[in-house]
Design a protein around this ligand. Structure first.
Ligand SMILES: Nc1nc2c(ncn2[C@@H]2O[C@H](COP(=O)(O)OP(=O)(O)OP(=O)(O)O)[C@@H](O)[C@H]2O)c(=O)[nH]1
Ligand SMILES: [Mg+2]
Length: 470
């Protein structure tokens, strides 16, 4: 069925850290798609028929992209229609073989009209579509359109209509390769199909109770599978905590350059930044070193996007939980984007929502912001930019970033830089190498049986050291 067709051509992406990096740090686990999983995701014929109906998957589309925007009032957004259109184009270009033929921004006085568009705009677009037989589909870049609206637009333009929710879902489906990502996307897809099916004529052929049960059963199965992975994650997280590495979660709007920043900070070749939205769907962990030698773990995460129903993000809560628990949250912004303030607000609102859902505390208190892609705005750097400007591509600002991260980590995790005098070649110094970051060893000139060891050490480990060796 539908998903089988999508699953087959996908190569399996296995996410590993560096060679020296112990296997258990990697959250994107190497996996085989078990028969049960394949069964769960692909076998349900009835469900797949419905998903097929709503996704209208086709190998390629040449799209007319329409950007509805409200000129004033409550629904007016703090982002210009042109900027919204650029994001819409990026969304379409992310789908393999889909292209943008033309774009049009359409002013509205409300988003609540049944047909969405006023009769004048409807007519204008109808003429445009009639003149250009090249358009094979119309993408309305607006959250989630009601079925009735889609039907009216489809009837008027005689082309399939896609909304933003649909396109984002299609990208997620195309990019999910690991078991965890596939399960999360399958859950998001289920919410999509359920939401779209409400009050839909197509469903008159189904008994509503049977439908309800089918959705419910599928949701439960997916949630159980996701929970199992979550439990496994907790074990990984505990192991990581025992090793006591400070953790930096890298978050931000999609395509801001999160993966690129981690790649530049760690030099890890396996990371592949892409000019695509939702290139990263798996949480992966990568080890890096800060200026004084302190080793940290960077967590790469799935990007955020605005104007999408909230339950889509809920499907990724498990993925983002690690980020919320990190010592530091590095918020990467694309400073070259004209709408970076709008995107920043969206990221903060999402973090706040996730904090509530995951019942974590003080998430916003541990955020450091950086403005990436500053190489693209050399001549017109926004004076309002109140974040460190960096360029992952050109390596600009990265040393400063490492210094900032280091002092923030020392402050927030209560780590201390101190000098300890201990016996040369004794158990104490071996213990320090295992449990702290040793910066320097200087022999004690007054008594060469001792050395001064400069270390970065957690308060807990300092207590242990004192207990065992002093
Ligand atoms: N000019 C310029 N381009 C950059 C810079 N950093 C990243 N990019 C480009 O921006 C695009 C997105 O980079 P990624 O690192 O994949 O972005 P991301 O935030 O991980 O994206 P998702 O995983 O899709 O959310 C890629 O084409 C990068 O080459 C930069 O400093 N300057
Ligand atoms: Mg990425």
């Amino acid at each position: 069925m539908l998903l089988t067709r999508i699953l087959k051509p996908l190569s399996r992406r296995v996410v590993f850290g560096t060679r020296k990096f112990p296997r258990f740090f990697c959250l994107g686990e190497k996996e085989d798609f078990s028969d049960e999983l394949k069964e769960l995701i692909t076998s349900d014929e009835e469900y797949n028929k419905l998903a097929d109906h709503y996704f209208q998957i086709k190998q390629a589309h040449r799209c007319l992209v329409i950007q509805p925007y409200v000129k004033w009032g409550r629904n007016k957004l703090n982002i210009t229609p042109d900027e919204q259109l650029s994001e819409a184009i990026a969304l379409i270009n992310t789908l393999p073989a889909w292209t943008v033929e033309d774009t049009l921004a359409v002013p509205l006085d409300t988003l609540d009209r049944k047909a969405l568009l006023k009769s004048g705009s409807m007519e204008k677009i109808r003429n445009l579509v009639q003149k250009n037989s090249n358009f094979s589909a119309i993408f309305i870049n607006s959250g989630s359109l009601k079925k009735v609206t889609i039907n009216i637009l489809q009837e008027n333009f005689q082309r399939p209509i896609f909304d933003r929710y649909n396109i984002v879902m299609q990208i997620l489906k195309a990019h999910a390769t690991s078991k965890h990502a596939k399960l999360q996307v399958a859950l998001a897809e289920l919410y999509y199909v359920r939401r779209k099916s409400e009050k839909d004529l197509f469903f008159r052929t189904y008994d509503p109770e049977t439908l309800r049960l089918m959705f419910q059963e599928r949701e439960q199965k997916l949630k159980i599978e996701i929970k199992n992975i979550r439990n496994q994650r907790n074990i990984l997280r505990n192991k990581r905590q025992k090793m006591d590495y400070p953790v930096v979660a890298v978050v931000g709007y999609t395509n801001a350059g999160k993966t690129s920043i981690i790649k530049s900070l760690t030099g890890e070749e396996s990371l592949k930044p892409k000019n695509q939205l939702f290139a990263t769907l798996d949480v992966t962990v990568h080890k890096g070193t800060l200026p004084s030698g302190l080793e940290v773990l960077y967590i790469d995460t799935v990007g955020f996007i605005s104007d999408i129903p909230t339950n889509l993000i809920e499907c990724f809560v498990a993925t983002l939980e690690d980020a919320l628990l990190a010592d530091v949250i590095l918020h990467v912004e694309d400073i070259s984007s004209k709408s970076y303030e709008y995107k920043r607000n969206h990221v903060f609102q999402t973090l706040e929502r996730l904090q509530i859902q995951a019942e974590s505390k003080n998430v916003l208190g541990k955020v450091i912001g950086i403005g990436n892609k500053c190489d693209l705005v050399v001549d017109q750097i926004d004076q309002k930019a109140d974040v460190l400007l960096v360029s992952a591509e050109k390596g600009q600002g990265l040393e400063e970033l490492k210094h900032q991260l280091e002092s923030f980590i020392l402050h927030i995790t209560g780590r201390k830089k101190i000098t300890i005098r201990t016996s040369n070649g004794g158990d104490g110094i071996r213990w320090l190498y295992r449990n702290a970051t040793v910066l320097e060893e200087i022999p004690d000139q007054d008594n060469l049986q001792y050395v001064f060891v400069r270390v970065i050490i957690t308060a807990a480990n300092l207590d242990k050291f004192k207990h065992h060796f002093i």
